[in-house]
Design a protein around this ligand. Structure first.
Ligand code: TXA
Ligand code: MG
Length: 333
């Protein structure tokens, strides 16, 4: 899997490497090549990929065995970089200035034009941003020169990793390398707040206590409500639905359809070029995942009578792709 490390290079610690400047440069090269890296942070170890590379982000979901595409936290160097990807209102700015770098993740509206992939945001028009405090995470972000999408580096449903060995046990074969910087100080994930609406709402308790946030803001945090942004993607149903009705597992297309194809499906002659998108002509599910949300948006923008989606296998990443498509096709309330 790794291009920078080969089986023959691997010592007794497998893909675990140190954290001196040469190690960090090697890990950054892996990220730039689209590979996954186990990254220490002050909270837990993350499974990092280039957030601007949709296929690299797809590899995160594949490696974690996530049945669905949860939106991921994008790790950036500083507030200035965060503002290139998200729109910070006054409260978001105050929180960032007070708690970054550190264990706080801020959800803000996505800034149009940011290079962060749709898949890293699971198609949402918001983005979760964090500036980690861990010097090794900071060095890696700087060396990679791009935002890093990173969920906790555990298999889906398993305990979050707080040491390099934990990452190796769950994901050792699926990462290019794991940077060992010892045990995480905090050992519990970042606090996630939503600054999409007023008041600021806590989406997940974590490394920054509620009291500290409320003291800074001089107000109580809102609770997590469905319209502010739930953690569970199941509650995000409407966010994934295009305006056009969606039909899935379609094999007979109509002239009024826009078509989302997969594999060796050819454009019917009665469909114009702009109404046909193939997620992956070579049936590569990683490529299909990386194109899914953008393609739905592109087709929807043409205001078709319907979006007809060809069958996509439910193996590997296909399960998450179909999970999203089933939601998009669900009856609207
Ligand atoms: O401490 C941490 O936050 C660690 C380290 C690696 O930084 N990361 C982490 O990531 O815990 P993960 O994927 O395990 O949890 C990310 C959470 C998920 O619950 C996800 O739903 C939420 O962040 N999230 C991401 N983007 C969001 C968005 N746009 N709106 C609401 N929630 C979002
Ligand atoms: Mg997690």
């Amino acid at each position: 899997m790794s291009r920078a490390f080969h089986q023959s290079d691997l010592g007794p610690r497998g893909r675990i490497i140190g954290h001196d400047p040469a190690d960090i440069a090697a890990a950054a090269a892996c990220l730039q090549a689209g590979d996954l890296v186990g990254m220490p942070t002050e909270t837990v170890y993350g499974l990092a990929a280039d957030a601007t590379n949709g296929e690299a982000v797809a590899a995160i979901y594949e490696a974690k065995g996530r049945p669905a595409f949860n939106p991921l936290i994008c790790h950036v160097a500083d507030l200035a970089e965060a503002e290139r990807h998200g729109l910070f209102n006054a409260e978001a700015l105050r929180l960032a200035e007070a708690f970054w770098p550190g264990p706080l993740t801020i959800v803000a509206p996505f800034r149009p034009g940011s290079a962060v992939s749709d898949l890293a945001r699971a198609g949402l028009d918001s983005i979760a941003l964090r500036v980690p405090a861990h010097p090794v995470a900071r060095a890696l972000i700087a060396a990679a020169g791009r935002p890093l999408a990173a969920p906790s580096a555990n298999l889906s449903g398993r305990i979050s990793p707080t040491a390099a060995g934990d990452v190796a046990r769950d994901l050792g074969e699926r990462v290019a390398c794991i940077i060992d910087a010892g045990v995480c100080d905090i050992g519990l994930e970042s606090t996630i707040v939503s600054c999409l609406a007023h008041p600021v709402a806590m989406l997940r308790p974590g490394g920054v206590p509620r009291e500290s946030l409320e003291a800074l803001l001089g107000a109580a945090l809102g609770s997590t409500t469905r319209d502010i942004l739930p953690r569970s993607p199941g509650l995000l149903q409407s966010h994934y639905a295009p305006f056009a009705p969606v039909r899935i597992n379609v094999t007979e297309f109509q002239p009024s359809d826009s078509i989302l194809a997969f594999g060796n499906i050819k454009k019917p002659t009665f469909i114009d070029e702009a109404s046909f998108v193939n997620l992956s002509p070579n049936s590569n599910l990683r490529q299909a995942a990386s194109r899914l949300f953008t393609s739905l948006r592109v087709l929807d923008a043409r205001q078709p009578a319907a979006i007809a989606v060809a069958p996509i296998p439910s193996t590997g990443l296909g399960e998450a792709i179909n999970d999203r498509l089933v939601r998009a096709a669900a009856p609207r309330s």
